[in-house]
Design a protein around this ligand. Structure first.
Ligand code: ZN
Length: 290
């Protein structure tokens, strides 16, 4: 049996529907107001949503799900998702991993930590992969690596740009070497993309660390991020504990990385779609006819 197989149904329709009803109730109460970690004020969620998922008072960026990112960047009704049925297997019998996958699946309503597919940005067709931190901290296991690789291969096949939005704690340790292998696999696929002369726009957002930073997320033809995002291999706490020194203010945040040449641009969330559109248009990619 291969690494991937189709997910079995694990809930009957009635229990799933019941779960949805209680979830909706919770969401209505939760969904009206949210506490902002930037200014500690209670803000109206509707205002946050209308403000590209940032605080209307202080501009703090709330974490976005992969679905929200796709909704924000891809033209309505043009996104076609691929490989959504791939799900991770506990190939090493790692204690607790199978349960963790199930829990994350329920919580994030995704089969793994990335959504990939094809869609239009102001009518220009792109292949896109967007990670979701709510699924096991956006960790990259076999499925994440495979889906990203296939998304790159779709770019090659169709001759269209590849865009990846990464957010991740790094490699998925529960998959051991199979997880680390994804670093090489995604990087090798990007090399094939480069040979075809097709662009890769990488957007690591807050937070992107470990094996994802150390592989595809920093291999963009341009690497761009949002203001204040933490992008690192080892995080600041680990480094401070190792070298017993205090790190400079703003270390590993996107502004610091831009200044030191690790990033090419910092783009406000609200401006991201327009930025991507202008970039790929300037490279000569044209609009598709409906
Ligand atoms: Zn705020």
């Amino acid at each position: 049996m291969g690494l991937f197989s189709n997910r079995k149904k694990y809930a009957t329709i009635s229990t799933k529907e019941e779960a949805k009803i209680s979830e909706t109730k919770n969401k209505i109460i939760d969904k009206l107001w949210i506490k902002c970690s930037g200014c500690n004020d209670i803000v109206y969620i509707k205002d946050v949503k209308e403000n590209a998922n940032s605080c209307p008072k202080c501009g703090f960026y709330f974490r976005m799900s992969a679905k929200e990112r796709i909704e924000q960047l891809i033209d309505d009704e043009t996104f076609v998702e691929y490989d959504s049925s791939l799900f991770s297997k506990d190939i090493l019998n790692f204690p607790g991993y199978a349960e963790k996958i199930e829990q994350s699946h329920e919580k994030a309503e995704m089969n793994d930590a990335v959504i990939s597919g094809i869609g239009n940005i102001n009518k220009i067709k792109v292949s896109i992969a967007v990670m979701d931190f709510s699924f096991m901290g956006g960790s990259m296991g076999s499925v994440v690596g495979e889906k990203i690789t296939r998304a790159i291969e779709r770019s090659i096949e169709l001759g269209i740009p590849f865009i990846a939005i990464a957010t991740s704690g790094g490699a998925r340790m529960q998959e051991g070497i199979f997880s680390l292998m994804q670093m090489a696999k995604t990087s090798a696929a990007l090399e094939r993309l480069r040979e075809k002369g097709l662009p890769f726009i990488s957007i690591p957002v807050n937070p992107t660390t470990g094996g994802v930073t150390a592989s595809f997320a920093m291999l963009g033809d341009i690497n761009i991020s949002e203001p204040g995002a933490l992008i690192a291999f080892a995080g600041p706490r680990v480094i401070e504990q190792t070298i017993h020194q205090k790190l400079p203010e703003g270390f590993q945040r996107s502004e610091f990385l831009l200044e030191h040449g690790m990033l090419d641009a910092i783009v406000e969330r609200k401006e991201m779609k327009e930025f991507l559109y202008k970039f790929i248009k300037n490279l000569g990619f044209g609009e598709v006819k409906n």
